[in-house]
Design a protein around this ligand. Structure first.
Ligand code: ATP
Ligand code: MG
Ligand code: MG
Length: 347
């Protein structure tokens, strides 16, 4: 059997652990915070800091393969583990997705379209970049942003001082605002043997920078859906990737623009739990364990909706949907507490 170690104990770790458990595997969670929600379903939990080399070594000794459920996992911890046990996806995927400039350089380097972007290190860079890119634009921190945190929009160049202050005068990227028709994402996987598979692209609706709902299939022509899948495959191959990736795309009149990549299972892929024979979590487990990838074809159309904050308290009433509750503590506004998926016959 395989013993899997997961860095991070949030809902993605939890759902990975459930999938691995179903395949008969043991799962150990490594998480510094107290009461990680993944602990409720894991075989074992190590609560220690990512700087605790001894704890990381002990963790490595108890597992066959390590993975992570968030891209901001400290790279030093991954290095310590990587000397002792395979970590999948590998270091390159982490480096690329932890820093928005490295990420965009990588994507444009393999010939993919991104929003126009300029690296910002000081306020002078920002005013110069606004001169080049123009407004509207989005200023994002290079690192650690998620759920729309660490970014601010500029509708006019005179908002530069306020935007720079809002982000905390930290290394950033200025992106041109992409006038997209819709947002889609591709959840794809690459196995140890280089095999690539992808789930059908879904259409994403965000509110206040947080994913609200994903609809499958995306309302796009087949050719564009195929382009999106091929593009995800190019990213996977270029990173020599093993595991599941989420690729967020803007659909524009001139084609697909890559917004960002997430080197992990992805919120916009949760619909696969209920609409596919094999979901993104099992696919990830299969990939990192060196198993052949599964049949991820879709038997239904689906709409997945996130339960944010206190919305989670309404789950008992949802008798016509597949409900998933993460078992997280405080239902703070905007916090992802669960999701539900409604199915309809495949159109
Ligand atoms: P996630 O939780 O997906 O990791 P994040 O905090 O990393 O989110 P982004 O995905 O970069 O943030 O941006 C959040 C949302 O803001 C996007 O899904 C999109 O709706 C909007 N957005 C981001 N960048 C741009 C852009 N350059 N042009 C237009 N809209 C954008
Ligand atoms: Mg992101
Ligand atoms: Mg995003």
């Amino acid at each position: 059997g395989s013993r899997i170690g997961i860095l991070g104990g949030g809902q993605l770790g939890r759902m990975l652990a459930v999938a691995a458990g179903r395949l008969g595997m043991e799962v150990e969670i490594f998480e510094p915070a107290s009461e990680p929600c993944a602990a409720q379903v894991a075989t074992r939990v190590t609560r220690a800091s990512y700087e605790d080399v001894g704890a990381l070594r002990d963790f490595a000794a108890r597992i066959d393969v390590a993975t992570y459920e968030f891209e901001n996992v400290p790279i030093g911890a991954v290095r310590v583990l990587g000397d002792l046990v395979p970590v999948r996806p590998g270091m390159r995927a982490l480096e690329v997705s932890q820093d928005r400039i490295i990420e965009k350089d990588f994507l444009s380097g393999i010939g993919l379209a991104t929003a126009p972007y300029v690296a910002i290190d000081d306020f002078g860079d920002l005013t110069a970049a606004l001169g080049r890119i123009g407004a509207p634009a989005i200023l994002k921190t290079r690192r650690f942003g998620y759920d729309g945190k660490g970014q601010t929009r500029l509708s006019d160049a005179d908002e530069a001082p306020a935007a720079w202050e809002t982000l905390g005068e930290t290394p950033s990227v200025l992106e041109g605002f992409v006038a997209f028709e819709r947002e889609i994402s591709v959840i794809a996987a690459r196995g140890m043997d280089g095999q690539v598979v992808a789930f059908d692209p879904g259409e994403n609706r965000h509110e206040d920078g947080i994913l609200r709902a994903t609809t499958i299939p995306a309302a796009i022509p087949n050719g564009l859906a195929q382009d999106a899948v091929l593009l995800a495959g190019r990213i996977l191959n270029a990173l020599d990737y093993v595991g599941v990736i989420g690729v967020e795309l803007f659909v524009t009149p001139s084609g697909l623009v890559v917004n960002e990549i997430a080197p992990r299972v992805h919120n916009s892929g949760h619909w696969t739990q209920d609409a596919c024979l094999i979901d993104q979590f099992e696919q990830h487990v299969r990939a990192i364990c060196g198993w052949p990838l599964g049949d991820g074809s879709r038997h239904s159309d689906a709409v997945m909706t996130n339960l944010l904050g206190e919305e989670v308290y309404a789950v008992e009433e949802m008798t016509g949907a597949a409900v998933h509750v993460y078992g997280k503590g405080t239902a703070r506004p905007g916090r992802k507490m669960g999701h539900f998926t409604r199915l309809s016959p495949r159109g």
